[in-house]
Every structure is written in structure tokens, then in C-alpha cells.
Design a protein around this ligand. Structure first.
Ligand code: AMP
Length: 142
């Protein structure tokens, strides 16, 4: 049986401003920030403010605003890093690889011939994340 949503999860804390993140976008319904263990340069997480563990228990009304921002961020990261493409990843429950139980979509710029790094692999330096976040914010603003 699927567990209940836990408001103590790390993304809920980020949404409440209790722990820091490198934010690139925020509106009434959605926040986007840098993944601290990126699978490639510019790896961004797009997170709805509405609480759900994942796609299995989310209110369908969540997906419109969420995917509107996923598209905005995908276009922005492709531009910011001059990428060849963009991969979206989204995991549901431990068997799928989910590690943080608040619905989110991974947006990862891709480059011809460059494989993704492992999921939840190495921590990136904060200054690198800050620089990349600045590039994405600039691309979103233009
Ligand atoms: P998932 O397996 O889809 O639940 O992935 C969770 C993602 O969150 C992983 O890619 C982690 O690198 C990332 N992550 C974990 N903690 C943080 C954090 N504090 N700030 C940003 N990203 C995080």
C-alpha cells in the first residue's frame, strides 16, 4: 500500500523556505531549483507546491501548472547551456528509483554523445550550482 504524504520531506522544507535551494523559478503553484546531485550540467527540479508523494496520488489539477513550468524550464536550460536536447525524468515510489517523496520532474539538458551521470550520485559545489542557476534565470527572463 502507498504511504501517506510526509510534510517533513526535504522538498516540502525547501518549499517552506526552511532549507536553502538555488531557485530559478517560482509562481503561485510551482517552484524550480537546481538538483544538488546533478546528472548533468543544468539539472533542474520542477516541483508543484501542492502536496503529493508522486504522480500516483497527485490531484490531476496539479499537472497543468506543473508541466507548463516543465516546458518553460526545458526551453530555458536548452538555451542556457546550448544543449542538443533535454531529458525529463520522473520517479514514483522506491521501486522506480524515487528518493524524495514530494512530486517532482527532473529536467536535464543533454549533449550528443554525453551519457547521464548516476541518479543521486555526487554533490555539486554550491558555487557551480549558483552559477548555473544564474544562467537558467537569465534564459527564463528573456
Ligand atoms: P528522485 O529519485 O526523483 O526522488 O530524486 C530526488 C532528487 O533530489 C535527486 O536527484 C537528488 O539529487 C535531489 N536532491 C536531494 N536533496 C536535494 C536538495 N536538498 N536540494 C536539491 N536537490 C536535492
Amino acid at each position: 500500500m502507498t504511504q501517506a504524504y510526509d510534510p517533513g520531506n526535504i522538498f516540502a522544507k525547501i518549499l517552506r523556505g526552511e532549507i536553502p535551494s538555488h531557485r530559478v523559478y517560482e509562481d503561485d503553484a510551482v517552484v524550480a531549483f537546481m538538483d544538488v546531485m546533478p546528472q548533468g550540467i543544468g539539472h533542474t527540479l520542477v516541483v508543484p507546491k501542492a502536496p503529493s508523494r508522486n504522480i500516483l496520488d497527485a490531484d490531476p489539477a496539479t499537472f497543468g501548472p506543473l508541466f507548463a513550468v516543465v516546458q518553460k524550464v526545458a526551453v530555458a536550460v536548452k538555451k542556457a547551456f546550448n544543449a542538443d536536447g533535454v531529458t525529463l525524468l520522473q520517479f514514483n515510489e522506491p521501486a522506480s528509483g524515487q528518493t524524495v517523496y514530494h512530486l517532482h520532474v527532473h529536467v536535464v539538458p543533454r549533449f550528443e554523445g554525453v551519457p547521464l551521470k548516476p541518479h543521486s550520485g555526487q554533490m555539486e559545489k554550491p558555487e557551480v550550482l549558483a552559477e548555473n542557476a544564474g544562467k537558467i534565470r537569465a534564459a527564463l527572463g528573456s
